[in-house]
Design a protein. Structure first.
Length: 145
């Protein structure tokens, strides 16, 4: 049952990305072009997502525990560190330059794979590079006296 819920959630998310136009880089870039031919329709998509998340979290966190886990896994850190600042900057630059972020890029592979592959492979290379960098940095920091 757990895997079915995960699959259906992913399917619903992917369909939402398609219907909202989030897999179309031109739509995203049009939204970000506030000084040109601005397309505000994506703001409604984002507002809808924020509203659903706001209501959903309030409802779900009132439960004693999640349906498929023993406890809720919520973030506890409140500090702002360098990765927390650099990550969103890189994400925003990539989103603004290409018009895609990871979720829509994955869904877009099913709709327009030829035009998305370069971005998708570059994204995977970036994820691997960051993972490798973090592992190397962590092992260097552990070996210091």
């Amino acid at each position: 049952m757990r895997l079915l819920i995960i699959f259906l959630s992913g399917l619903l998310f992917g369909l939402g990305l398609i219907v909202s136009g989030m897999i179309n880089p031109g739509k995203v870039i049009g939204f970000l072009d506030v000084f040109g031919q601005w397309d505000p329709s994506l703001a409604f998509v984002m507002a809808g997502a924020v509203a659903v998340t706001f209501v959903g979290f309030r409802f779900i966190l009132k439960q004693n525990s999640p349906r498929f886990a023993a406890t809720f896994s919520l973030p506890t850190r409140t500090d702002i560190d360098t990765p927390l600042v650099i990550g969103p900057i890189l994400f925003g630059l990539g989103w603004g330059l290409v018009g895609l972020c990871p979720g829509p890029a994955l869904v877009a592979l099913t709709a327009t794979p030829k035009t998305i592959w370069l971005f998708f492979v570059s994204m995977l290379a970036g994820i691997y590079a960051v993972k490798h960098y973090r592992q190397r940095t962590l092992s260097v920091n552990r070996s210091k006296p």
